[in-house]
Design a protein around this ligand. Structure first.
Ligand code: 9D3
Length: 248
């Protein structure tokens, strides 16, 4: 998968992409990341990439000209790639969106800055527009990093055998069960007995039930979206009972 990232701040991407899973995916040639400084496509002496908004008001707008020229050069290299804008008005990045994006032959990620980009860029080039959520970022760079990370993890072979994408939270629509590692007692708190039992069926059941318990407590909205098995429904009844009894 090719990721072409168009940004006014290419320096922001050194570091995050040089570690761990992304770095290994690059080494294995599962992904290729190219950075383009939009400013390099500006034609004036000052390499201007922004300008004041028509109609007045605070802030600046990313100029159409340099951005269009940059997008067109990259599209010429990768005609099959989708152009994805990052902006506060995009659709929320979710696991489902990442699963959609990983099917594309490549992504051209356009990082918004200032108040946003000239709307004509969206009209002419945008195949998609992604937001990280309802909070204010300084620009689209961190959103582009999040997209690269979430999508790369879904490429077969990108994760090691110890990092299964199947078992990831949201992979099955539930939050993950609680995790523990040594020591068996820490500041007076112990590890749940089933995890120490060596009984794989007992461990599987405990994990499933705790996954349901956590989801019910923290993200009940997710529970209504997943298909629950008979065992899941039985466990949820037990959880409701335990909470009514004050057992937990
Ligand atoms: C004053 C109104 N603001 C819109 C909510 C202005 C504004 C804030 C932040 C305009 C652009 C930006 C820059 N943000 C992004 O480019 C951005 C973003 C974000 O702010 N939040 C969540 N996801 C994203 S993706 C790109």
């Amino acid at each position: 998968m090719n990721f072409d990232i168009l940004t006014l701040f290419p320096g922001m991407f050194s570091g995050p992409f040089d570690e761990s899973i992304i770095n290994r995916a690059k080494d294995k040639q599962l992904i290729d990341i190219s950075l383009y400084n939009i400013r390099d496509w500006a034609t004036d002496r000052h390499q201007t990439a922004d300008d004041a908004p028509y109609g007045g008001g605070a802030g600046m707008v990313m100029k159409a000209g340099p951005l269009a020229a940059c997008i067109e050069s990259v599209k010429a290299l990768r005609p099959a790639s989708s152009v994805v804008l990052t902006s506060p008005q995009g659709r929320r990045l979710t696991h489902a969106v990442a699963l959609e994006l990983v099917k594309k032959p490549g992504l051209i990620l356009v990082c918004g800055r200032y108040e946003g980009i000239d709307e004509r860029i969206r009209s002419i080039y945008a195949d998609d527009d992604i937001s990280l959520g309802d909070f204010v970022l300084s620009g689209g760079e961190i959103a582009a990093m999040a997209i690269v990370d979430a999508v790369t993890r879904l490429i077969p072979g990108a994760l090691g055998s110890n990092e299964s994408a199947e078992e990831d939270s949201f992979g099955d629509g539930l939050l993950e069960y609680p995790h523990y590692t040594r020591p068996p007692e820490f500041k007076g708190l112990t590890v749940p007995e089933p995890l120490l039992s060596g009984n794989h069926e007992l461990i599987r059941k405990w994990r499933r039930k705790e996954s349901l318990r956590k989801t019910r407590a923290l993200r009940p909205d997710l529970l209504s979206l997943v298909t629950l098995t008979r065992e899941d429904r039985k466990m949820l009844t037990e959880i409701e009972q335990e909470e009514a009894d004050g057992t937990v």
